[in-house]
Structures are given as C-alpha cells and as structure tokens.
Design a protein around this ligand. Structure first.
Ligand code: PMP
Length: 393
C-alpha cells in the first residue's frame, strides 16, 4: 500500500478474502500506527492517575494529558488550553452544554438546522428547549438569509458538516448573524475536524464539539471548546477533581478546564488525540483537505454518472460523506451485498431522522471518506454498485 494508507495496519486486512475498502469513516475512522503505539506505550510505561499524585508516574501522565490539551488548543486556534475540556465525545460535549445552559434554555428556543444528528437535537429537548430549524433550499443547503431570531432564541446549534450529505454549513455566516443578536453558537464539528482546518476564533463560535474516534484517535474521548466568555457556566457534572472547597453546605469549583472534568478522565484517550493531531499535522491539514477533496469529488461524480443511483444533497462545499440509494433496491440490501465484496459502508437513517423525513426516504447508503481513501476505493465502490444492480436486474 502506498500513501497514508500504509500507516493504518487494519487497511491491510482482507474481508471475505477481498481487499478491505473502508468507507465508513463518518461512523469511526481507523487508527494509524503512531496513535496505536502511543496508547499502548502509555499503558506500558506511564500509566497513572493524573493531577492528584505526588509520585513520578502521576506527574508524567499529568504532563502528557495537559500536553494533549495544549495540542488541541492550538489545533483549533483557541486562545488558551483552559478553553479545551476533554469529554467522552461529541454527544457528551453537547449534553454537557445543554445541562449547563438548562436554566436559560428551559421553555425557550434553540435554533438548529434540518440536517442535524440526533446528538444535536435530543440534548436540547432534554433541557426543555423547543427546537426550530433554519430553512434550507431543496439541496438541503442552509438559507442563512432566512435565519429568524426571536426573544425566545437562546442558542444556535449547527453542525459544521452533515454526517449524511457531506454538505458544509456556512458556520461563519451563522455566527455573524448570531453576534448581531448576542446569541451564542455551538458548532458540532464531529464531521469536519478531520477534514477541514478549523479556527474557532475565525468561526466565532462559543462552543465547538468533536470526537476523538472520528479523527484517528481513541473512542470514548472528545473535546468541548468553550470560549472565555462562557468559562464560568455551571458545570454539568460534579465529583472529584473539579472542586475547590467542599462542605456539606455547599461547594466551590476550580477554574476551567478542571471545573468541567469531574472524575478520572480517559487519560490515554486524550493523549491519543494529541498523537492523532501530530499525525494529521505531519501531513498538513491543507494537504488533507486538498487530497481528500479530489477523491471525494471523483467518487461523487462517478456516482452521479451511474444509472439508477440517486445522490442526495447539493454540490457546494462538501466533505466526508456521500449518501445515495439505488433504484428499487433497499439501502440495507445494498450495504449487505457491498460488505460481501469487502466494501464497508453504512446504511439507515444515520441518526438524522428529521433529515430523512425532509428527503422523503427511510434511509440511505452512506460512503464516507478519510485521508487514506483513494480513487481506487471509489472505483471499487462504483464496481460494487454495478454488481448489486446486476443482481437485481
Ligand atoms: N454529530 C455528528 C454530526 C455526527 O456525525 C456524530 C457521529 N455520527 C455525532 C454528532 C455523535 O458523535 P459521537 O457518537 O462520537 O458522540
């Protein structure tokens, strides 16, 4: 294998005797050797709990954990590492914001988009907020001119990139409009952090959420960026490691980021995000964006040219995912047959039921790309689709 694919040992695996064509990256990405080695080296030589120990190993693991925070902070252009909290993933990050802001959100409104993942819908409902979607055009692109903010709007929460369509939302335009009304904006970057260079100051958001496992790091670890102006919100979780003084009458909290990290965190996971950032920066985010775009556009064009294939969404700025269906063939059947050819895709509603309702379908086949995918992978997908269609003709 040539190119970055050679750094990912699982890609050398055969599935049913066929070369693995892994196109389920929006669900989770594979891990390069450097990340796998970092995780196992941590447990082999540095493992200890952080922040609380006076002994050598605790100091080493604390340093490595904080070093990972610094890497995340500079990777996303935060002002300082204190703006970066480690969470369990995008879902956890958004739930934490919903819980912290619940007193403001309850009985009020959160503005979202019609392409949101359930993770950017359900937490707001649990916090007692009503949801309203920013209007979209027929290709599911946001109509930012139609953003309507009322007295009840307390937050705008938008995905940077759709996990279904691959469309990139104009988050800068959203934050510009939100600022005019002094409304905070949360950006769900689960599907963009691994594809697009991100600068939170440039975007102008107050919260940014993403997961480690979709950006070549471990599962069970994620990030919540919180801008300085929200640095003193109520912690969503209480416990050890986040308090200053505890009495039975009341508790005072530490300053961020520890204020938001109750309990023992996923230390190896955080360090794996640092290793994943090193890996991506070793290639260069601009190069990743350029090279991925070439493969992504090629795959999309080939799908659009293929008879009997419906591709969903517009063709503006895109990254990562492509959703499609084959005429008269259930998405699940398509996915099952592709699997037998060694091609891993995902089928179903992709945790975006409101979007499926808008599209008037139950589900799609989703092929999603990462930095190691090649035009050969796209060709394998198209050949596979041809075979599925033959079987049904
Ligand atoms: N938001 C988006 C846009 C996603 O694609 C996903 C994962 N499919 C999530 C949130 C949730 O991520 P996680 O399961 O890692 O918490």
């Amino acid at each position: 294998m040539t190119g970055p694919g050679k750094d990912f040992p699982i890609l050398a695996k055969e599935i049913y005797g066929k070369r693995l064509v892994y196109l389920d990256n929006a669900a989770t990405s594979q891990k390069p050797n450097s990340v796998i080695d970092t995780i196992s080296d941590f447990y082999r030589s540095d493992n200890s709990n952080i922040h609380r120990g006076v002994h050598y190993l605790s100091e080493v693991s604390s340093e490595r954990y904080e070093e990972a925070r610094e890497k995340v902070s500079s990777f996303i252009g935060a002002d300082e590492p204190a703006e970066v909290t480690f969470t369990a993933g995008t879902t956890d990050s958004i739930n934490q914001v919903a819980r912290s802001l619940e007193p403001v959100l309850r009985g009020n409104e959160v503005l979202i988009t019609g392409v949101e993942h359930h993770s950017d819908i359900v937490p707001w409902q649990l916090a007692g907020a009503r949801l309203r979607a920013i209007p979209m055009d027929e290709g599911c692109d946001l109509l930012t001119d139609s953003i309507e903010i009322t007295d009840r709007t307390k937050l705008i929460a938008v995905s940077h990139a759709s996990n279904v369509l691959g469309s990139v939302n104009p988050v800068r335009e959203v934050t510009r409009i939100a600022k005019e009304h002094d409304i905070p904006v949360l950006v769900d970057a689960a599907q963009s952090i691994q594809h697009i260079p991100i600068d939170v100051k440039d975007i102008g958001c107050d919260f940014l959420a993403f997961s480690g496992h979709k950006m070549y790091a471990a599962t069970g670890i994620g990030v919540l960026y919180t801008s300085e102006r929200f640095s003193e919100i109520m912690p969503a979780r209480g416990g050890g490691g986040m308090v200053d003084k505890v009495t039975l009458e009341g508790t005072t909290y530490l300053k961020p980021p520890l204020r938001y990290e109750a309990g023992t965190p996923h230390i190896a996971g955080a360090i794996s995000i640092g290793a994943a950032i090193d890996y991506m920066q070793g290639i260069g985010m601009d190069k990743i964006r350029r090279d991925e775009h070439e493969v992504y556009s090629y795959a999309r064009e080939r799908l659009l040219e293929t008879d009997g294939v419906t591709v969903y969404g517009n063709t503006g700025q895109m990254c990562g995912s492509i959703s499609f269906n084959l005429e008269n063939i259930h998405h699940y059947d398509t996915g099952m047959i592709l699997d037998k050819m060694g091609i891993a895709v995902r089928t179903g509603h992709h945790c975006a039921q409101p979007l499926m309702r808008t599209l008037g379908i139950e589900g799609t086949v989703r092929a999603s790309f990462a930095l190691y995918n090649t035009k050969d992978d796209a060709d394998a997908l198209i050949d596979g689709i041809g075979k599925v269609r033959m079987m049904y003709s």
